[in-house]
Design a protein. Structure first.
Length: 461
C-alpha cells in the first residue's frame, strides 16, 4: 500500500473530488476558511489486496417472475456438448393464451395450424454450431402451467409433464439473422397475402390439434380462463444430434410469437386467428447442466484450485470469491473499488467458443437461499441501463496486447464490507444468466500471469 497526496493521485480515481464544508459558513468570503487544505488530504491507493476464490456448481435461476413488470424476454431451446463444460440443455414451456375477442370458428374449415417462434436477432443468446442441423419436437402439456396467482416465480430446475406429440421440425439450419415470411389473412378480409416479418421459426402442428381448438364450445372459446384450462400449453425440446442452443425473443408484437390457425369461411374466404405467446403470457425454461464427464468436473467445489475459474450461463457453474478483511478501512471513505478479472483462452478450447465471450458479468451477494445483486449493480440498474455503465462488468479488450478482461465497480459494497454490514463472500455469474447460454473461463486469484486484482482508493480520515 502507498499513501499519496491529492496532487499526484492516479487517474484510477478520476472524477472523485471530496470537499468538506463547514456548517457555520454564512458569507462567501468565509468559505475558504472552512475547507480542509488540499495538501492535508491523504488518499490511499491499494492494489495489493488479496482475494481467494474457486468454481462452484450453479443454482436454479428464475426464468419467469409474475410479479415483475419487466419480465425476461429471451427463452432458450437446444442442447450442446461442450468440450470443457460438458452437456447443457434447455427446454421451453409456453402457455397458450387467447386474445379477449370473439372466435367465429363454427362451421368453418381448418386449413393449417402453425407455431411461430421469433428468433433473437442479435444472436447474443445463441451458443453452439449453427452450421449443424437442428431438430425439435412440440408436445402438449398434460396440465396448465401453475397459476401466477399461486406461483410467482418459475425456476429452471422444474419440469412439467407433457404427452401428445403436436408437431416436429427435423434437420433444419437455424437462421436467426435471416428474415422470414408469413401468410397474412387478416389485413384484407377473406384474402391471404405473404408479408416479410422478423426472423422466426415456423413449425407445422398436427391438424387434429387445430381442429380440437375450432371444436371447442363458445363458452370456452370466448372465456380466457376456460380456454387456458382446455388448451394447457406446449412443451418444446430439441431432439437428435443437435449441437446448438437458440434464443427466442418474445418481447415483440403479438403476431410474431404465436400459434396461428388458418381457416376457410364459406368455402371461399381465407382467414387466420392468432393465439399469442407474448411477452406477458407465462412461459419458462427447464435447464439441464451435466459436467460430470467433462474436464470442468475436477474444478467444481475444489478450493485447492484457485488459478482458474469457470462461469456458465443458464444454471451453470459460477465463481465464489472471498474478499479480504477490510475492517482497517472502517473509519475511512472508500472513493472507488474495482475488481478486475482476465479472460483465459484455453489451448484445448474450440475456436467456436473462444470467439463468443459473454459481454457482461454480474456480481451477487447471498441472503439466505437467495442471490441478490450487490449494491453497486442494483443502484446502477435502478437508474436505468444508461447508468449501468457505472457498475461496469463489461468485456474490455486491450488492443495492443489482445488481452480481454472485465472491470467491476464495487465501491458501495466494499464500504459496507469494511463496516461489517455485508458479507465478504460474493458470487460472479453472467449478466442475465437465465437468458444466456454462453460460458467463460477466467484467470483465478492465484493465476501466475493474470491474478484477480482488487484495487481500492480511499480517503484517510
Amino acid at each position: 500500500m502507498k499513501i499519496i497526496n491529492l496532487n499526484s493521485f492516479n487517474a484510477f480515481v478520476f472524477g472523485i473530488v471530496i470537499v468538506f464544508f463547514a456548517t457555520s459558513c454564512n458569507k462567501d468570503s468565509e468559505i475558504g476558511k472552512s475547507l480542509i487544505a488540499l495538501d492535508e488530504i491523504k488518499v490511499a491507493f491499494d492494489d495489493t489486496l488479496k482475494v481467494t476464490g474457486h468454481t462452484i456448481a450453479g443454482q436454479p435461476v428464475i426464468t419467469y417472475d409474475a410479479s415483475q413488470t419487466t419480465k425476461g424476454n429471451i427463452y432458450l431451446l437446444g442442447k450442446v456438448n461442450d468440450p470443457i463444460f460438458g452437456k447443457s440443455e434447455a427446454e421451453m414451456y409456453l402457455q397458450i393464451e387467447k386474445l379477449d375477442t370473439a372466435t367465429p370458428f363454427k362451421g368453418h374449415r381448418l386449413d393449417s395450424i402453425v407455431l411461430v417462434l421469433p428468433y433473437d436477432t442479435t444472436a447474443l443468446y445463441l451458443w453452439g454450431d449453427t452450421l449443424k442441423q437442428f431438430s425439435l419436437e412440440v408436445r402438449k402439456l398434460t396440465d396448465t402451467l401453475p397459476s401466477t396467482a399461486k406461483v410467482r416465480d418459475f425456476y429452471s430446475n422444474v419440469s412439467y409433464p407433457s404427452g401428445e406429440l403436436l408437431g416436429s421440425l427435423n434437420n433444419f439450419y437455424p437462421r436467426p439473422k435471416t428474415g422470414s415470411t408469413e401468410i397474412d389473412c387478416n389485413s384484407i378480409p377473406g384474402r391471404c397475402d405473404t408479408n416479410a416479418v422478423n426472423p422466426s421459426l415456423r413449425i407445422r402442428l398436427d391438424q387434429a390439434f387445430g381442429q380440437t381448438i375450432m371444436d371447442l364450445p363458445d363458452t370456452v372459446l370466448n372465456n380466457i380462463s376456460a380456454f387456458r384450462r382446455a388448451m394447457k400449453g406446449v412443451h418444446i425440446r430439441s431432439v437428435g444430434n443437435t449441437d446448438c442452443i437458440l434464443g427466442f425473443d418474445f418481447d415483440l408484437p403479438v403476431r410474431d410469437g404465436a400459434i396461428r390457425l388458418y381457416y376457410t369461411k364459406n368455402d371461399t374466404a381465407k382467414f387466420s386467428f392468432i393465439l399469442p405467446l407474448s411477452f406477458a403470457s407465462p412461459k419458462t425454461n427447464y435447464f439441464k447442466i451435466d459436467g460430470s464427464s467433462a474436464p470442468i468436473q475436477q474444478y467444481i467445489g475444489n478450493t485447492s484450485v484457485d488459478t482458474i475459474l469457470f462461469i456458465q450461463g443458464m444454471s451453470g457453474p459460477m465463481a465464489k470469491i472471498e474478499l479480504p478483511d477490510l475492517t482497517t478501512l472502517n473509519r475511512n471513505i472508500i472513493n472507488y473499488a474495482e475488481l478486475e478479472l482476465t479472460v483465459l483462452d484455453q489451448s484445448n478450447d474450440l475456436a467456436l467458443y473462444q470467439n463468443k465471450v459473454p459481454p457482461q458479468l454480474m456480481v451477487y451477494q447471498k441472503r439466505g437461499n437467495q442471490f441478490e445483486m450487490v449494491d453497486d449493480a442494483f443502484l446502477s440498474l435502478s437508474a436505468g441501463f444508461s447508468a449501468f455503465r457505472y457498475f461496469g462488468g463489461y468485456l474490455i479488450k486491450n488492443d495492443s496486447t489482445g488481452v480481454k478482461s472485465f472491470k467491476i465497480n464495487l465501491s458501495t459494497y466494499l464500504q459496507r464490507v469494511a463496516k461489517n454490514q455485508a458479507s465478504r463472500t460474493i458470487y460472479i455469474s453472467l449478466f442475465n444468466e437465465a437468458e444466456n447460454p454462453r460460458r467463460l473461463i477466467l484467470a483465478g486469484p492465484n493465476h501466475p500471469k493474470h491474478p484477480i486484482k482488487l484495487k481500492v482508493a480511499y480517503t484517510k480520515l
